[in-house]
Design a protein around this ligand. Structure first.
Ligand SMILES: Cc1cc2nc3c(=O)[nH]c(=O)nc-3n(C[C@H](O)[C@H](O)[C@H](O)COP(=O)(O)O)c2cc1C
Length: 209
């Protein structure tokens, strides 16, 4: 058994997508709420999602191609990223169906919204945390349209806090893997303290000795 070589320039169909999304795992899920210019609510998950800057707070999600979320973000410059905890996984998945633009995923998913403090799109009331964002910039690379958002406000449910920090077991966030696979971030937790260079030198000295 050895390693198999892949040349991305020879990928056919969705082969590259399947490899990428099975290997870049687990991916956090940005459950993005937006409104259209005429006020229609929209909600859709995006697992091409990550933190970009912690000072100031900037996050990003990527729309593969042009979807309702991206169209609303381009038109209004605002979006909310809701965090998906395990009890919301199924309803999050429902909102990924290819609803027509005028359909309201909040209503289809029977989800209550809650008003945002700094922007027009509402958040998912039951989500444990939500980032209110204004568009910093949109960068298109290949099939990906990367939306960078300045975080203008952040809410966290106190029920997921312990000792002033977000507790991973209480947050119980869901991660996306390849295909239809998901994982719960809190079911197999372990801790590691990051060593200093001195710690590592001392340890390797001990081993050599
Ligand atoms: C867990 C999950 C993650 C997803 N991640 C992305 C993503 O990162 N980018 C994307 O364009 N679509 C992603 N999708 C698909 C969109 O959610 C789907 O195309 C949706 O219908 C888009 O809705 P909209 O047209 O209202 O924006 C994902 C779907 C699921 C279930």
């Amino acid at each position: 058994m050895g390693h198999i070589d892949f040349d991305p320039s020879n990928f056919e169909g969705r082969e590259g997508y399947f490899l990428l999304t099975s290997l870049v795992v687990p991916r956090p899920i940005a459950w993005v709420s937006t409104v259209s210019p005429d006020g229609a609510r929209n909600l859709a998950p995006h697992s091409y999602f990550n933190a970009i800057s912690s000072n100031p707070l900037v996050i990003h999600f990527t729309s593969t191609g042009e979807k309702d979320t991206l169209r609303n973000v381009k038109a209004t410059g605002e979006f909310v990223v809701n965090i998906v905890s395990a009890p919301l996984a199924e309803v999050m998945n429902l909102t990924a169906a290819n609803f027509p633009a005028e359909e309201d995923e909040f209503a289809w998913a029977n989800l209550e919204d809650a008003p945002s403090k700094t922007i027009v799109p509402p958040r998912v009331a039951r989500a444990a945390a939500a980032f209110e964002c204004t568009v910093n910039r949109i960068v298109s690379i290949g099939s990906g349209n990367m939306v960078f958002g300045n975080v203008t406000h952040l809410v966290v449910d106190e029920a997921v806090m312990r000792d002033g920090r977000v507790a991973p077991d209480l947050l119980d966030a869901v991660g996306r893997l390849g295909g239809s696979w998901y994982t719960r971030a809190a079911t197999d937790l372990f801790k590691m303290k990051r060593p200093t260079y001195d710690d590592v030198k001392t340890k390797s000295g001990e081993r050599a000795g």
